[in-house]
Design a protein around this ligand. Structure first.
Ligand code: ADE
Ligand code: ZN
Length: 346
């Protein structure tokens, strides 16, 4: 039995997969942004979808973040956060996502007076309903904003403790420039003590990318690395990532917005060298591609085979923070899906 050599979009969409690098605030589509702005009486400066999209001309992480944070003003109540997450989960289900570990940025909301509890309550309600409503198993990862102080991150971590049963792990996002991982070493050590899983962004082509990747591996001791694609420049570090079985959560479409290319060659090289590479959508409402679009873009740019696409999907469950029994069930789901698409060899 053989698989078709080149994967179709239909095959990719139906393939069971996990999404591990997804910012809930980055799923805020222009239509929902306008609706929430009206409901909450907020002037966002644009009044049509076209006007909003016209502001999405990013060429760096900083220029993206400068549009991204102000738009969050429309998110005010637990219901707003619920609607945002519920809309994403419906969209993810349509792309074959079966399990998702979703980032959220509490400081982007608490810093403008929205209570931590409203954020977690709304997002968690959507996550709790997702298995029955959308057929998706959904979990939350609390991200600290690295351009805020370590003290603010520590306060946010303590504020999370009463909600710890609703939070799977912690991450680190926002502007990496001048905000290296060691700034948060103490906060992440405390998060580990609290029982959280750990991940951190090592964004694409940053000043000191390799040093930062080395720090997250050796000093912070993360369980996964978000992006981390620059590791390809240091073969000894690639060996460490491969030997530890650490997942890299790559986001090809997003890469093409914050740098001048999607880094398809680098991502494919890491995959082919046996690193646990996964494909994800990052901020799909801003970069215009949900997870299946990211697989398709990578397949087209790097010439991936159907078998490599299946490996990416399997990696997404292997790199997830699922328990062993659940992980085995999803991997078996992939096996059944693949068996259903094999043609008899001639
Ligand atoms: N916040 C949302 N998306 C991000 C990204 N790609 N890098 C850093 N911070 C982010
Ligand atoms: Zn990200």
């Amino acid at each position: 039995m053989t698989l078709p050599a080149t994967p179709t979009r239909e095959f990719i969409t139906g393939l069971p997969k996990a999404e591990l690098h997804l910012h809930l605030e980055g799923t805020l589509e222009p239509e929902l942004k306008l609706r929430l702005a009206e409901r909450n009486g907020i002037d966002i400066g644009q009044s049509t979808v076209e006007e909003i999209r016209a502001t999405y001309a990013f060429d760096s992480l900083a220029s993206f973040l400068a549009v991204y944070y102000p738009a969050m003003e429309v998110l005010q109540t637990a219901d707003d956060f619920y609607e945002l997450a519920d809309a994403y989960l419906a969209r993810a289900a349509a792309d074959g996502v079966r399990h998702v570990e979703m980032f959220f940025d509490p400081q982007a909301h608490t810093s403008r007076g929205v209570p931590f509890e409203a954020v977690v309550t709304g997002y968690h309600r959507a996550a709790a309903e997702a298995p029955t409503k959308h057929g998706v198993d959904a979990h939350l990862i609390l991200c600290f904003l690295r351009d805020m102080s370590a003290e603010s991150a520590a306060e946010t971590l303590e504020a999370s403790v009463p909600f710890a049963d609703r939070i799977l792990g912690v991450g680190l996002d926002s502007d990496e420039r001048g905000n290296p991982p060691e700034k948060f070493a103490g906060v992440f050590a405390r998060a580990r003590e609290l029982g959280y899983r750990l991940t951190m962004h090592c964004d694409i082509d940053q000043e000191g990318s390799i040093d930062n990747i080395r720090t997250v591996l050796d000093r912070i001791g993360v369980d996964r690395v978000d992006h981390g694609t620059n590791v390809v420049e240091d073969p000894a570090l690639v060996d460490v990532v491969r030997e530890r079985g650490l997942g890299l959560t790559c986001c090809p479409v997003s890469n093409s917005f914050v740098t001048d290319e999607m880094k398809a060659t680098e991502i494919a090289a890491l995959l082919r060298s046996g690193v646990r590479v996964t494909v994800n959508s990052d901020d799909p409402a801003y970069f215009g591609g949900y997870v299946a679009d990211n697989y398709v873009a990578l397949v087209e740019a790097a010439g991936l085979t159907t078998e490599e696409v299946v490996t990416l999907a399997a990696n997404s469950f292997e790199a997830s923070w699922l328990g062993d029994a659940e992980r085995a069930e999803y991997l078996a789901e992939i096996d059944r899906y693949v068996a259903g698409h094999e043609a008899p060899s001639s």
